[in-house]
Write a protein that binds this ligand. Sequence first.
Ligand code: BTN
Length: 254
Amino acid sequence: MKIGEFHEPNRKIVGRSVWHYDLLESTNETAKELLEPDLEEGLVIWADRQSAGKGRQGRAWASPPGGLYASVLLRPKEPQAWVLGLLAGMPVVKALRHFGVFAGLKYPNDAVYQGRKIAGILSEGVYRRETYHVIIGIGVNTNVDLDRLPPDLQATATTMKREVNLFVANDEFLDYLLSQLDDLYSRYRNTKIEFLIKEYRGQCTTIGKRVSATTSKGTVTGRAYDIAPNGALIIMDEANAKHEFVEGQLKILP
Ligand code: BTN
């Protein structure tokens, strides 16, 4: 059920309107259901809980109360859902740092703190009546007790509640996050994407680390070496051969 609506006319595109729900299956799915060419670009669908939160690669996203679950509707000129989702990791990390969690950016767009995942992004590109839409879904473990997450995640995930003593209200976190996303999206529209990819590279803490990347083609082990202009992670294997990795399972090795 929709429980509120906020407007922030000072924003350029992202978050000028926010629709707040108590419980949704998935904010990404609701955003897709609402899609109409005249639906305001930058609209945010925010839920206090999700009953069927989705993660990347068909995984579920545990969405207990206390966490932040929001999706932003964008209409970029180029069909670049994936790159936008990659870049959206930067504002998420910035917001976490602003509120006291010194998180890093694990490729492609996970926010991690001391090796444990604290936020994730699922970006989806959808054509509806010949218009291309991108839904950027962001989940942040804000005011969640670690034991409310599935047992198999508890060793590799964390929450703001666990890491900082300060209570941060979700509306306050969302407000800051949306202003950062708005800023990123305006730079995305007005500057060359290569500049933003370079900025992303500077913030991606995976670079320089030993990794193993598994895709449908197999597993590559080596050093995360660079971000390609298209956003792919370049991995240099032991024989100094370079491999591009985009989607799959990426493990940081000790
Ligand atoms: C991942 O790391 O696997 C991506 C997680 C994305 C979760 C968010 S929560 C809000 C939005 N709605 C969803 O169903 N998923 C995204």
